[in-house]
Design a protein around this ligand. Structure first.
Ligand code: ADP
Ligand code: ZN
Ligand code: ZN
Length: 734
């Protein structure tokens, strides 16, 4: 009997639901390669980077290729993280190799070496000391003065954000040198973060109850920290994190994509006095890999990051926090469609640590879990300190004249707020100048040639004061036509109001104060947002913005919030649209009156009697949530049912429908409800025809048993080769 060859089982980032066997690279023993190490392997004509997930034996008669190279000295994905990722792949019915690739930072996924994460210090050398007195005032001189004493990079991150740029200049001039920081204990060390800004207040009774409950947790314990905006949830996180650090453990904090401002990071760094690593989309690949590896090696004690930070290894985990747990940015919308909050729960359980989900507007899923007793429900009902809840008024604008979508009442309220020295936020969740360009003579309107919604072509949004048209679904843009393409009339009129048009109107009307527009068109980067706020300072002024402005920023002088254009959200077909609108309204309203000034919120609508507005204004978010949960239960929607969305698209409409019909047929024997195939809500996007099948079951395990049977047949189906398909488990958008 020949002795079977030992082989490595490797997960590769390819869309196939299986592992691949490889012989170890020449000269290496299979047994010497550990689970979790990366390998470079030949795959077809290409070379790809994969992760070893097991060992096995070659099957007789199967020709195996040898791996080319072992990329790491030790495992990267192993222990709890690998086990949780295996669970995730099973849950999403996605190939393990693609899930592992998603979990790795891009540079590691490509097979690049682990980054050097040693934290250095910097000090002026002889030449620097001589040059310092004669240097011109400016950033280089200020940094040089700090570096008269050796300073660690952590300390510099705190004390002098952006220090790396002037440092480069000083290095080029040969004025500084690198030193290895000695470990000094205590917050005074010039190598550590400062950690010296204790709050000037002590926690109130509700905060203290929450802090004590989290402190008392032993092992896995999920908490919902349900606290109104401004109730001091961050203070609870900070104290829980400080406890976790005092026990020698690491903490992971997830924040929404637009919540992670330099402001928020600075607050964490200033308080905690340990290395706080950020992980978000504003970093380059090298910085992301460094933060990931710093967590893996235990150097990072606190990681604050957006969605993908849920994939950091936490060898010494002590606590997980998910801030604004209801936020839509936790769900990944393409590739591996995971939900970072849900996966955070899975990881906290596997790690055996407490997890805190915080929000002023908890998702209905999370509220339901709290009500069912699965999560401890901690409530902060009052705003912290002296801040008062804002007064909310519904403005009925039926039959009222509107200027750029704003009623006389709203404009008058803005004038009064400004005259009283306050700041005003006008919220309109629609970018651009106007949503539609219409020919007043013949009725023609501008549409995207590549997209359509509910079988109607999608209107193109008017931008740049009427000069440009842009599709918000596929990004297609073109100049506005000089005349109507159908009738040659010059009477082309922008219809409706986007943030640009509101800016134009308010800029002209309130020309005595700054009027600033804040949306993705005007403010690409998160630092730019801060610059806008800094430029405004404490002066009276008007901010006009989209969702970007709805959260995360403390604007102490904001006394009035005007919300316009909510009516379209009141009548959307998506079963989650009510929840999303209620959350948005409460979060936007929460911007008003954050400090000692009382705030007011005006909701402008043509439907003042709409039940959502009535319940929300009369009873608050929890009254709304009660009503909405009751409705979901009746209608059989989540959290009372579990959904999966199978989508397919192709250049022609037929193949997606055939593919989905076949899938539906395969599910006949299972206790799941399959609705469709139907055109997707955007049946044509960027030139592709899209259709979908919605699967639903009251019991999660029934849905998953059906998917376990279905998914392998999808991969094997000849119809699958004619379409691009995707499966979304627990979809957020239908
Ligand atoms: P949330 O995240 O719940 O919206 P924050 O944590 O941002 O609220 O707190 C709002 C403000 O209240 C912050 O300026 C914070 O410093 C302050 N604050 C928090 N707790 C207290 C307290 N116990 N007493 C006074 N002020 C507090
Ligand atoms: Zn016309
Ligand atoms: Zn388009």
């Amino acid at each position: 009997m020949p002795i079977p060859l030992p082989v490595l089982r490797v997960a590769l980032p390819v869309p196939l639901p299986r592992l691949f066997g490889y012989l170890p690279p020449p000269g290496a023993e299979a047994g010497a390669v550990a689970v979790g190490q990366r390998l470079r392997v030949p795959f077809g004509q290409r070379e790809v980077c994969g992760v070893v997930v097991g060992h096995g034996e070659a099957e007789p008669g199967v020709e195996l290729r040898a791996a080319l190279e072992i990329l790491d000295d030790g495992p990267l994905l192993h222990g709890e993280l690998l086990a949780s990722l295996r669970w995730l792949a099973g849950y999403l019915h996605a190939p393990l190799g693609e899930v592992l690739a998603t979990a790795l930072p891009a540079s590691l996924r490509r097979g690049e070496p682990l980054p050097d994460i040693a934290r250095h210090g910097w000090v002026l050398n002889e030449a620097g000391r001589t040059a310092l007195p004669a240097m011109r005032a400016g950033k280089p001189k200020a940094l040089a003065a700090l570096l008269a004493e050796a300073r660690g990079e952590d300390w510099l991150d705190d004390a002098s954000p952006g220090w790396r740029t002037p440092l480069r200049g000083l290095r080029e001039r040969g004025l500084v040198e690198r030193v290895v920081p000695e470990e000094k204990v205590g917050s005074e060390s010039p190598f550590r973060g400062k950690g010296d800004s204790d709050p000037t207040f002590s926690p109130n009774a509700e905060q203290q109850l929450a802090i004590d409950a989290i402190r008392a947790a032993d092992g896995f314990a999920p908490f919902l920290l349900d606290g109104v905006t401004g109730s001091g949830k961050t203070e609870v996180y900070l104290q829980a994190i400080a406890d976790c650090l005092a026990r020698g453990k690491q903490a992971l904090v997830l924040v929404p994509e637009i919540g992670l401002t330099p402001q928020a990071l600075a607050r964490f760094r200033a308080r905690l006095g340990v290395p706080v690593h950020a992980l978000h989309s504003g970093l380059n690949d090298g910085e992301r890999a460094a933060a990931w590896w710093a967590a893996a090696s235990g150097q990072a004690r606190v990681v604050v990051g957006t969605r993908s930070a849920i994939f950091v290894p936490l060898p010494e985990a002590g606590l997980v926090v998910v801030d604004e747990e209801h936020d839509g940015s936790y769900k990944q919308f393409d590739g591996i469609r995971y939900h970072a909050r849900d996966f955070a729960i899975v990881r906290a359980r596997a790690l055996g640590v407490p997890i805190v989900l915080g929000s002023a507007t908890p998702s209905l899923e999370t509220l339901h879990n709290a009500q069912a007793g699965r999560y401890a429900h901690l409530r902060l009902r009052q705003r912290a300190g002296a801040a008062q809840p804002p007064r909310v008024r519904v403005l009925d604008v039926r039959k009222r004249p509107l200027q750029a979508g704003l009623s006389e009442d709203a404009l008058g309220a803005i004038r009064s707020a400004l005259d009283a020295g306050g700041q005003v936020l006008v919220f309109r969740n629609r970018r651009g100048y106007a949503p539609v360009l219409l020919c007043h003579d013949c009725g023609w309107s501008a549409h995207c040639p590549r997209c359509s919604t509910e079988d109607k072509p999608t209107p193109m949004t008017v931008h740049a004061h009427g000069k440009r048209l842009q599709c918000h679904h596929c990004g297609y843009r073109k100049p506005s036509p000089p005349a109507c393409p159908d009738c040659a009339s010059l009477a082309l009129q922008p219809q409706g109001n986007g943030t640009e048009r509101i800016e134009e109107e308010l800029g002209a009307r309130f020309s005595d104060v700054p009027v600033l527009r804040i949306d993705r068109g005007s403010t690409g980067h998160r630092d730019a947002l801060q610059k806008h706020f800094d430029a405004l300072g404490a002066r009276p002024g008007v901010l006009i913005g989209t969702q970007m402005l709805a959260k995360g920023h403390d604007l102490p002088n904001l006394t009035l919030v005007v919300v316009v254009g909510i009516d379209e959200g009141l009548f959307s077909a998506d079963f989650r649209s009510g929840e999303k609108l209620a959350q948005l309204l409460v979060q936007v309203a929460g911007r008003a009156g954050r400090a000692d000034k009382p705030g007011e919120v005006l909701l402008q609508t043509h439907h003042p009697e709409h039940p959502l507005l009535q319940t929300l204004v009369g009873g608050g978010y929890h009254a709304f949530a009660e009503a909405e949960l009751a409705m979901r239960e009746l209608a059989g929607f989540p959290p009372f049912a579990h959904l999966a969305l199978l989508r397919a698209e192709a250049k022609h409409a037929d193949p997606p429908l055939r593919f989905l019909h076949e899938a539906k047929e395969a599910l006949r024997e299972f206790p799941v409800d399959a609705s469709g195939p139907l055109p997707a809500p955007m049946p044509r996007r960027a030139g592709y025809q899209r259709a979908q099948l919605i699967l639903s079951a009251p019991q999660r395990r029934d849905l998953h048993a059906a998917l376990d049977a279905l998914v392998p047949t999808l991969y094997a189906s000849p119809e699958a080769r004619r379409v691009r398909w995707s499966l979304d488990v627990d979809p957020v958008d239908l």
